[in-house]
Every structure is written in C-alpha cells, then in structure tokens.
Design a protein around this ligand. Structure first.
Ligand SMILES: Nc1nc2c(c(=O)[nH]1)N[C@H]1C(S)=C(S)[C@@H](COP(=O)(O)O)O[C@H]1N2
Ligand SMILES: [Mo]
Length: 468
C-alpha cells in the first residue's frame, strides 16, 4: 500500500456541502466503509476553515485506484493527488531534500504464509516459501490428462499480486494503430479457444547437474499440464493492428521487485518477436481446467505460449506493448539463456522451446516392487514436435519401445506405458528415453550450462524387487 494526500477545492458558488443532495451523496461515497470496499483506506480528513478546500490522507495500492475513487471530487471542483510518505520513512531515507522514498508501485500481495500452507496441503514439494516456489510430486502426476489446479507446480520470482478484476485492465499499446484497454468481461466475450498445454520450468531437473548451480533446486516436478481457455493472442493483436515498424511484443506482469544487478524496480516482463507472437498459437488465458485462473497461476489473465519453456507464459498480465527494438529486461537478457564455455569462448543462446523429455511416473523411485508382471508408465513431451516414441530400458537391458497412449499430442504431454516382467532379485534401474517427430532425442548425460536450464537427460530411477 502507498500513501497519498488528496486536495480538493471548489468555488464558493458550487459548494456541494450546501446542497443537501450532492453533499450527502459525497459523504456516502467518502465514507470509510465504502472507500475500504474499493481498496482505498482513508486515514483522516479535514476541511480548511472558510476555504472550500478538503484534505485527505489515504492509503491505496496505486495512483490509478486513488484517481478513480476520488473522481466525484474532481467533478465537484479541483482534485490534486500527491504521492506522500511518512515522517519516519523520510528521516530514515535522509530527509526531505533527498529523493523521496519511492512510492510502492506494487499493489497488495497474497499472504505468503497462506500461499505456502495451501501448497503443502495440496502435497506440493515446497522449495521456497517466500516467494512461493513448489513442484508437483511425481506420484501426483499419475492419472488424468491434466493436473488438478491445486497440484500444479508454481514458479514465482516475486510476491503473488492480488489483482481486483473491477479495476484490472489489459492495456495494449505502443506501435499499434489503436490502443486498447480491455476489461476481463470484454476479453471473455471475445471468441475463445481451449488448448491442453504442458508448462515446464526451464530449471526443471536442475538439481541433477554437477557441479551444482544456485537457483531453485528443481527435481523433476516443475512440469504440469492444464487445459487453458482464453482469447488467441493474434485476435487481440489484430484488433489493435501492429505497425510495420514493430519488432517485438512485450508482455508485462503486475509483479515485481528488486533483482540482482538492477537499481530500479523490475517487473516480470518477457517479449516475443512479432513472428513468434503470431505463429506461436499463444493464448491470453483466463481459465485453467475450466475454473478461473487461480491467483498463484496468474489471475485474472496470463499468457500461455505452447511448446515454450514456461518463463514465456507471463502471469498477472496487465500490459502488452509493441516495441521497435529487442527487449533487454532482466528476465530476457540476464537470465533464461544457455551459456557454455566452448573453444575458449563463451556461447549464449536464449531459452525457447521445451526440450524433448520423458518422465517415469510409476513406479516411484525406491519403491519396493513384487516380482512378476510390472507396467512402467510415464509422460513425455517436446516443444518442437509431437512425441514419436518412448523407449524403456530395464536393468541396463536393451531399449524397448513403449506404447503411446491415445493420439499424438501437439502441446501437451503424452502418456506411455510398457508392460514388462521383473524376476531378478535386488535393485534394478529403470530408464526412459523420448524422441520427437523432429528427430530430437534425449542425451544420456546432463549438459551442464552456467544457469542450469533445459536439463533433459535420460531419467534413471532405482526400484527394489521384493517377494513375488
Ligand atoms: N508475472 C510472472 N509470470 C511468470 C513468472 C513470474 O514469476 N511472474 N514465472 C515464470 C516461470 S519461470 C514459470 S516456470 C511459469 C510458472 O507458471 P506456474 O506458476 O503457473 O506453474 O510462470 C512464468 N510466468
Ligand atoms: Mo521457470
């Protein structure tokens, strides 16, 4: 919440306080209860003796909220809104002459304790509570085509913003023929599309890399699938009309904070170039598995870029800006690129499409299995193309082709299974390797890169054989 001082003045001839009707309707509007309902907390108010001017001290999430709430005062005369600070904050930051402590531009956030508690109750594996980062436990992957919302992994760089749909707008601006400001209702009234899309964090599997890499220590569960419903991005872009000088489309989230190496407030922002934006099948999604987006997954609106590592799928989307340059924000150029030392030099490449990968969901690592028939099951996906085949190796034996369950999937993981027998006693290794229709397959060993992205090496797990 940020602090503001409001000044309202009107001419003596138009004094609303003298008009019983206008006076009481303003009083009702400015009541603390009504203000609080609209996100504005009135701390105090006073009318200057004989001057037809009113001052208020208020707390609100941002300037826009204050402006819209006090509009009736603007209509009755003059309205000035001053970002302000408390005495203690001013003294602590070096006095009135130094730069005022910056007004907190970020709105209210979900209570981190509550978010974490919910994740734990849903059986997610929490890596960090504040901001919440948690992965899906592999046994929870078993079963349906999609992951229930409560079990979907969550990756957050900042606090989870709480956006009020009554005030939220999707702004589309920059190099467009017509700027747009769309309400949630307007988006919901546009032609919609539903797509089953697998999201995977580019850091999934990072914990397997040696030497170890700082950053979230994801095991294999930073991946989940949902049915997303929303408006195709191209629909909104074509309504706005992209100018010929446009180069990239920038997506801005409502969340932000400070990041290493940058002085200013950094928002979560990512761009796609104009061709990617129109060819990617991207959705502006407001529903997840038939429910409104849960707050931690981007309520009220998020971008979904099918086939890409999920960093591209900006949550809590508030703005789309069409720009004439290559975007160089923190999450585009300081992070989310592969970096290798090769031939004495450093090579970099941005993180884009999900690499092909299979995951064994059943049996679980370390599980004790009865001797005899066993079905090995799992999922496989690739951002570049549907899955062509999955092969399984039991106990270091030859690769055997698993059965793909259902039709080929374009943007969602595919279930597979292999029926086998295990008679040898002791500890046995299971491995699964996927290949996509573009001919890409998984490497045997992880490919180390400085920031630990895209580890799609063949997963190996050990199970123990018990009694038959
Ligand atoms: N606004 C915003 N969008 C974001 C992020 C974020 O921190 N803020 N994290 C990104 C990353 S790295 C991932 S992996 C996915 C995670 O989506 P989920 O939390 O819905 O699983 O969101 C992406 N979109
Ligand atoms: Mo991610």
């Amino acid at each position: 919440m940020a602090l503001f001082i409001i000044r309202h003045q009107h001419s003596p001839e138009r004094c609303p306080a003298r008009d019983p009707f206008a006076g009481s309707s303003l009083l009702n509007h400015l009541s603390r209860a009504n203000a609080r309902q609209q996100g504005v907390h009135i701390q105090g108010e006073a009318v200057v003796d004989g001057e037809h001017s009113l001052f208020l001290i208020v707390e609100a999430p941002d300037l826009a909220r204050v402006g819209s709430f006090f509009e009736p005062l603007g209509a009755a005369g003059r309205l000035n809104v001053y970002p302000a600070s408390t005495c203690a904050r001013v003294v602590a930051s070096g006095g009135c002459a130094s730069a005022m402590p910056r007004v907190d531009e970020l709105g209210p956030a979900l209570d981190p304790e509550e978010a974490c508690q919910r994740a734990i109750e849903a059986g997610l594996v929490v890596h960090r509570a504040h901001p919440l980062n948690c992965e899906t436990s592999i046994p929870a992957l078993i079963g349906g085509a999609v992951m229930p919302n409560a079990n979907f992994y969550a990756r957050n760089h900042f606090q989870i913003p709480l956006l009020d749909p009554a005030f939220w707008r999707l702004e589309v601006r920059g190099l467009v023929d017509r700027s747009l400001s769309l309400t949630l209702r307007e988006l919901q009234n546009m032609p919609s599309q539903s797509l089953v899309v697998t999201l995977e964090c580019a850091g999934n599997g990072r914990s397997q890399l040696t030497p170890p890499i700082s950053g979230e220590p994801w095991r294999f569960g930073a991946v989940s699938t949902a049915e997303w419903t929303g408006v195709p991005l191209v629909e909104v872009l074509s309504r706005a009309g992209i100018k010929s000088t446009a180069k990239e489309v920038l997506f801005r989230g409502a969340d932000g904070g400070t990041v290493e190496g940058r002085a200013d407030l950094t928002r979560f922002e990512r761009s796609l170039n104009v061709d990617e934006a129109s060819a990617s099948q991207a959705l502006l999604a407001y529903a997840m598995n038939g429910e409104p987006l849960p707050v931690q997954h981007g309520y009220p609106l998020r971008l979904i870029v099918p086939g890409w590592y999920a960093v591209a799928s900006v949550k809590w989307l508030t703005e789309i800006e069409v720009i004439d340059r290559a975007f160089s924000g923190h999450f585009q150029t300081d992070r989310y690129y592969y970096e290798w030392r090769r031939n004495g030099g450093v090579t970099r490449e941005p993180v884009t499409l999900q690499r092909v990968r299979a995951l064994i969901t059943d049996p679980a690592p370390g599980q004790v299995i009865r001797r005899g028939d066993l079905t090995v099951r799992g999922v496989a996906w690739s951002g570049a193309a549907p899955i062509a085949r999955v092969e399984v190796s039991v106990g270091d034996g030859a690769w055997r082709e698993a059965r793909l369950v259902g039709n080929p999937k374009r943007y969602s993981w595919q279930w597979w299974e292999l029926a086998t027998r295990m008679d040898q006693p002791g500890t046995i290794s299971l491995r699964a390797r996927a290949t996509d229709l573009a001919g890409r397959t998984q490497p045997e060993e992880p490919e180390w890169n400085r920031l630990g992205y895209g580890n799609n090496s063949v997963q190996e797990l050990l199970v123990r054989l018990g009694e038959a």
